[in-house]
Design a protein around this ligand. Structure first.
Ligand SMILES: *[C@@H]1O[C@H](CO)[C@@H](O)[C@H](O)[C@H]1NC(C)=O
Ligand SMILES: *[C@@H]1O[C@H](CO)[C@@H](O)[C@H](O)[C@H]1NC(C)=O
Ligand SMILES: *[C@@H]1O[C@H](CO)[C@@H](O)[C@H](O)[C@H]1NC(C)=O
Ligand SMILES: *[C@@H]1O[C@H](CO)[C@@H](O)[C@H](O)[C@H]1NC(C)=O
Length: 375
């Protein structure tokens, strides 16, 4: 009486048991920067922002300007913070240890560990900042790191943030990507050594939107994680098939690190996102719909735990740019998940609240019931 269907179901059930619950290794957070001008009657006080982040169940926030009041507002929230040191300070912190100590005294010591601070980025895309302050990066990072260890703070990593487009000239095929020279040898290599030595992470701003816009040969579906039959690109060197642009860009970064012998450093995507409006009519793909599609597909992809072809565990953290729209004006690129007045642009669940695991359990019990019926 045992039919083929029975054995098939048995097989499916064992597979379901063998697959561990899908818990993504990637922490997904958002970026936040204090608006330069407060327009209208909206008051975005640090406490209000922190409360909003907690209510949206967002586990990590990157503060683009490390306003001490904001760091204080996250005390006792269990939200982990990624702090950034502005580019103009980099040469000063590089040349003067006591200034680095002063920065730590002002931004870390009064709040840590009540506020969870996980990492400090010394500068943000310093290579493109004018005047170029990147020659001072390593020295400044070392001084901030030494200041922390002098205070017996060992759990906060120190790094710097690069921007994909300013350090990786060609992303395809990912396996032959290399850091742009001469900055690769002169600036990035010594920094990779520092990151390895101090157990830190490589931080990168990575926008599939910008790459899609700069290349006519990339279909929109590839940038938006759509599962169409022709939405792929094969890396003929490694024989790996890429089904989305995000993974391709991440693997280009990993290959570039591998060329320098540092392929195992954790990678954190310090900024990514898709704008819901563009500067002018040429940005036809900066729409609310695409921005929503990108966000939802990215969250689902990261939660699936499938990683990238070159890195099974995937990137360790991803920060969505950005929590709140900077301005309600027209004619600027708007990236916010929330409108300027803190209302949602579209509905989405930031945390899946274990939904994937519940679905798996329900499926498993349904199968058990069917098995019993068959027997
Ligand atoms: C705090 O966050 C960590 C990781 O983000 C999590 O493992 C832990 O359960 C959280 N603790 C509380 C009390 O929410
Ligand atoms: C370093 O900074 C400290 C604190 O601001 C200042 O007193 C000192 O003069 C600076 N040293 C140099 C060499 O600039
Ligand atoms: C780096 O991490 C490893 C493994 O977690 C640990 O053994 C080592 O002491 C750490 N090194 C530093 C400098 O924190
Ligand atoms: C918030 O701002 C958005 C966009 O400007 C607008 O559509 C919406 O009506 C506003 N909501 C409230 C409650 O003010």
């Amino acid at each position: 009486m045992h039919s083929i269907a029975f054995y098939l179901l048995l097989l499916i059930s064992f597979t379901a048991i063998a697959i561990p619950p899908t818990t993504s290794a990637t922490t997904i957070g958002v970026t936040y920067s204090t608006p330069a001008s407060i327009s209208g009657s909206v008051m975005l006080s640090p406490d209000r922002i922190a409360a909003k982040v907690v209510s949206m169940k967002i586990p990590a926030v990157r503060l683009l300007d490390s306003n001490p009041a904001m760091i204080r507002a996250f005390a006792y929230t269990n939200v982990s913070l990624f702090l950034s040191i502005p580019n103009p300070l980099v040469p000063l912190l590089a040349s003067n240890r006591s200034l680095a100590m002063r920065w730590v005294y002002r931004h870390v010591l009064p709040f840590y560990p009540r506020t969870k601070i996980s990492i400090i980025s010394v500068g943000n895309d310093a290579i493109s900042y004018s005047p170029d302050v990147s020659p001072f990066l390593l020295r400044a990072m070392q001084n901030v790191h030494l200041s922390l260890t002098d205070l017996r703070i060992y759990k906060i990593s120190v790094s710097t943030t690069f921007s994909f487009f300013n350090i990786v000239p060609t992303a395809f095929p990912p396996s032959s990507a290399q850091f742009q020279q001469p900055n690769g040898e002169v600036i990035i290599r010594p920094i990779l050594q520092f990151l390895e030595r101090t157990n830190s992470s490589f931080l990168i701003n990575l926008f599939p939107y910008n790459m899609y816009r700069s290349s006519f040969s990339i279909p929109i579906g590839f940038a938006l994680f759509e599962e169409f039959p022709f939405n792929f690109r094969d890396d003929l060197t490694t024989g790996v098939r890429y089904r989305n642009l995000f993974d391709m860009m991440v693997d280009a970064v990993i290959s570039s690190m591998a060329v320098m012998g540092h392929e195992n450093l954790p990678v954190i995507v310090a900024e990514t996102g898709w704008p819901s409006s563009g500067i002018d009519s040429s940005e036809v793909d900066a729409t609310l719909l695409y921005s929503e599609m990108f966000l939802k597909a990215l969250l689902a992809h990261l939660r699936s735990g499938s990683g990238t072809p070159l890195r099974k565990e995937g990137v360790s953290e991803v920060y969505i740019f950005e929590l709140v729209e900077k301005d309600a004006k027209q004619g600027i690129r708007n990236w916010g998940l929330l409108h300027h007045n803190m209302t949602n642009k579209y509905s989405f669940e930031f945390s899946d609240g274990g939904k994937a695991r519940r679905l798996l359990l329900i499926g498993f019990f349904l199968e058990l019931v069917m098995l019993c019926l068959l027997m």
